[in-house]
Design a protein around this ligand. Structure first.
Ligand SMILES: [Zn+2]
Length: 490
């Protein structure tokens, strides 16, 4: 996705998902105009998350954090700087990350003896401390998560999807047995899938990455993948089984019950602000963003309708205040727009910002003891008695959340294809994109050639990859036990 020019006024570009450039223009313009984020021109690849965007991220963080704690994890904070010697201890790890690391070589006016990496990920630093903290089987498991920023060098910015610095969480756990570590890896993949579907209204597919897409230093990498409206897949969270690779590199051993000294088994898992990008891209239309109610900073915007007389004005103000009080009491995040703009302008503005529900309070409705509610997703409008506003708001927010998920789930189902042969595979990739299930023999050459010829990569080997029984590789006809899930990716 290129970085398009953004017009800050005039009509929002249409959400045309058939044309990559147009879709990208819609995405960045909607984000910029809705004041979620801004570019920082002075340093390429970076961005600012503005208060509206940050509050959206905070709501998403809360949904994840609560799930981490419910599965026994605790939060901590580790240093930003990783000595070069740490990164070098795990050979594959340094090889994988070296091209995108930013280094500090001079500080306090002096050249440093050893370069410091600004963390691209923190397995090594956690490994260093785990080797000090873990002595006995009684110390295990260690289940720690950190909320942090990460730097992986990028020259250009695509809001939330591709930036040099981004926010994420990284979980790092150490276990006594291989089985426990494997269970943890799958448990956290499940947490990510549940979060994406329940909070972000994003249906995902999950499965294991092939060796070529594995995390540098992992034995196995699993991911959740969401399908974007332009037919490309977006990796939205990963969970890694690290085996004993980092335990060996950092000498993380423990005295087991039988008196033997053993290496621990570790995992790591991460989800970043990228999921926010996936969510924005998925929900939304020509009028702007549509935020899932569970994470929307403002769930209901109350718009007072201007009146001719002061008496009516006082009645509207009073009703607006009452609605806000009642919504707040029932746990709804609501705000009123008291600005002196015209109602039509306000409607457009809050639609652009993706607020799931609008409540109009005007003199004519009040005469009937009612207000007007408008859903952002379907624009369905209804009159609601004043006494029922809070209850109806909660119902409608739940309905919007459900509708967004169902719409995306239907899209995912409609755009998941099965390719019987390579000709139809190429045809699907050319004409429709989406996810394609196809037999793969397991060879990296086939994987690479399919990518070269069609731009499709194996997103995951899905959990039910063997369900259809054995078949023949889509490319070279070799025996294949599994089907892989292919797509072009972000
Ligand atoms: Zn093959």
């Amino acid at each position: 996705m290129a970085t398009p020019q953004i017009e800050l006024s005039g009509q929002l570009p249409a959400k045309d998902t058939t044309d990559g450039e147009a879709f990208s223009r819609w995405y960045v313009t909607a984000i910029r105009r809705s004041e979620l984020a801004d570019y920082f021109e002075a340093v390429g690849g970076t961005m600012v998350i503005r208060p509206y965007g940050y509050s959206l991220w905070e709501n998403m963080q809360a949904g994840l954090d609560q799930r981490f704690k419910a599965t026994g994890h605790k939060n901590a904070y580790f240093p930003l700087f990783v000595p070069e010697s740490f990164l070098r201890r795990e050979a594959k790890h340094v090889e994988g990350f070296a091209p995108e690391v930013a280094w500090v070589t001079n500080a306090g006016g002096e050249d440093l003896q050893e370069r410091l990496a600004i963390r691209p990920t923190s397995e090594t630093i956690f490994g260093h401390f785990y080797s000090k903290w873990i002595q006995s089987w009684r110390d295990l498991p260690v289940l720690i998560n950190q909320w942090a920023n990460i730097v992986r060098w990028e020259k250009r910015t695509v809001f939330f999807l591709r930036t040099t610095e981004f926010l994420w969480q990284e979980g790092h756990t150490a276990h006594r047995t291989e089985e426990e570590a494997q269970d943890e890896t799958m448990r956290m993949l499940g947490v990510y899938a549940d979060f994406a579907e329940t909070e972000a209204a994003l249906p995902v597919v999950r499965g294991e990455k092939t060796a070529s897409e594995r995390f540098a230093g992992a034995e196995a990498t699993y991911s959740i993948e969401a399908l974007m409206p332009d037919g490309k897949a977006l990796q939205s969270g990963t969970s890694h089984f690290l085996g004993q690779n980092f335990a060996r590199a950092f000498d993380i051993t423990f005295l087991d019950q039988d008196g033997e000294r053993n290496l621990v088994w570790t995992t790591s898992w991460g989800m970043s602000t990228r999921i926010l990008g996936a969510m924005l891209m998925t929900h939304g239309d020509d009028a702007g963003l549509i935020l899932p109610p569970r994470v929307a900073p403002v769930q209901a915007i109350v718009v007072p309708i201007p009146t001719r007389t002061d008496e009516d004005g006082a009645r509207v103000s009073e009703a607006v205040e009452r609605v806000l009080r009642e919504l707040s009491a029932s746990g709804v995040r609501a705000e009123a727009d008291w600005s002196d703009k015209r109602p039509g302008w306000k409607f457009n503005e809050w639609e652009l910002k993706g607020v799931p529900l609008r409540i109009e309070v005007g003199p004519r409705d009040l005469q009937q003891d009612q207000v007007t509610m408008v859903r952002r997703d379907s624009r369905a409008k209804e009159q609601v008695k004043q006494s029922g506003v809070a209850a109806r708001t909660s119902e409608l927010l739940a309905e919007v959340q459900q509708a967004l998920f169902e719409r995306s789930a239907a899209f995912l189902a409609a755009n998941t294809h099965v390719a019987e042969d390579y000709a139809s595979f190429r045809e699907i990739m050319r004409d429709q994109r989406g996810l394609i299930r196809a037999y793969w023999c397991g060879s990296e050459e086939c994987e690479a050639r399919i990518k070269e010829e069609t731009h499709a990569t194996i997103r995951v080997i899905p959990e039910d990859a063997e369900a259809a029984g054995p078949g023949k590789c889509i490319l070279d006809g070799q025996p294949a036990r599994k089907q892989a899930l292919f797509a072009q990716s972000y």
